[in-house]
Design a binder for this molecule. Structure first.
Ligand SMILES: C[S@@+](CC[C@H](N)C(=O)[O-])C[C@H]1O[C@@H](n2cnc3c(N)ncnc32)[C@H](O)[C@@H]1O
Length: 312
């Protein structure tokens, strides 16, 4: 983890109190902390930095293939394809990430991408902000995003048919600036950042995956600046009781306040001058973009992700 991250991070357990973390650096190379820990002076919980990866997820038992479905090699390769195939000119790729990036106006300060997986959007924001941070609960995703950040090129085996694979190489274009991006393991429901500190926040295909969508939005609103902040939220709204109990869904509930569409609920919550996401946001009309997941050479999932851009 880059040493410049140290001044930004606070304890995600003691929120809303803000305790800067005390770094114990064991190995460091050219401003990159390879091994060490970050300890909260209040609760005394210590967050490890291993292989350059800081793990600030308060529920940070090491994720395994059994506990996180995003940890398998095939899923990592599939996400690399979703994020970067557009750059290789693949005829099946989707333009979702460049569409979302164009929505965010270049700004000063920090860009934060929550649930950013293997990093495409954080790389996009590296040349639209002063510094871009991607966070995810998946160690495997953050590992591969950091590898790309450091080596700028990566080859993986993409499932072709059955057990056969074919090579897929990602090479970052010059506009993706390794020195202006970092990736950490953290939880979108307990962000290790101060209130009023983030210039832009993105939540792409995440809100229907967290156990408390409203808590995710409240955390977004807490960390984003009170003025001159932007938020882009995109989601297919594939609500599932595996991710969140039905009472937590922000759309498609059988009864109660959230029987309508999730994108309308979220726009309403953002705009509400007396609501839970203060100060209130100005919100664009919803738009849709096609997002794709690749399973194998002859199998893709086409998913419509509905998005809004909000400013305050
Ligand atoms: C459907 S994927 C979307 C990834 C990426 N935003 C995109 O649009 O390509 C959801 C991502 O959220 C991550 N995730 C799930 N729950 C999370 C949480 N509570 N905090 C942070 N990331 C989370 C997953 O590991 C996964 O990378």
């Amino acid at each position: 983890m880059k040493t410049q991250m140290l001044e930004l991070l606070i304890c995600p357990i003691c929120l809303p109190k803000e305790f800067p973390l005390i770094a114990d650096i064991v190995t460091e190379q050219n401003g990159d902390i390879e091994t060490g820990s970050l300890t909260c002076p209040s609760c005394m919980v210590s967050f490890p930095i291993t292989d350059g990866i800081a793990n600030l997820n308060p529920m940070h038992e090491p994720s395994t293939m059994a506990t996180n479905k995003y940890e398998t090699e095939a899923v990592v390769a599939s996400y690399l394809w979703s994020h970067f195939s557009e750059l290789t000119g693949d005829e099946h790729s989707s333009q979702a990430y460049s569409t979302w990036a164009e929505v965010i106006e270049p700004h000063n300060g920090i860009a934060l991408d929550a649930g950013g997986a293997v990093g495409r959007f954080s790389f996009e924001m590296s040349n639209r902000s002063d510094f871009s941070i991607g966070l995810d609960t998946s160690v495997a995703f953050i590992r591969v995003a950091r590898e790309l950040m450091k080596k700028r090129t990566l080859t993986v085996g993409l499932k072709d048919e059955g057990s056969s694979t074919k090579e897929f190489t990602v090479t970052l274009p010059d506009r993706f600036m390794s020195e202006k991006v970092e990736f950490i393991v953290a939880n979108a429901l307990s962000l290790p950042f101060r209130e009023n500190s983030i210039g832009s926040f993105s939540s792409l295909n995440l809100v229907d995956k967290v156990p408390s969508p409203i808590k995710h939005l409240q955390e977004m609103s807490r960390v984003t600046r009170n003025k001159e902040a932007q938020f882009v939220l995109s989601d297919p709204f594939s609500w599932s009781d595996e991710a969140a109990p039905i009472r937590e869904w922000l759309g498609g509930q059988p009864d109660g306040p959230y029987t309508g569409r999730g994108i309308d609920t979220i726009s309403g919550l953002l705009k509400d001058p007396k609501g839970t996401l203060q100060p209130a946001w100005k919100v664009s009309e919803p738009e849709n973009v096609w997002w794709k997941i690749r399973t194998h050479t002859n199998h893709y999932e086409l998913i419509q992700s509905c998005f809004v851009h909000a400013k305050r």
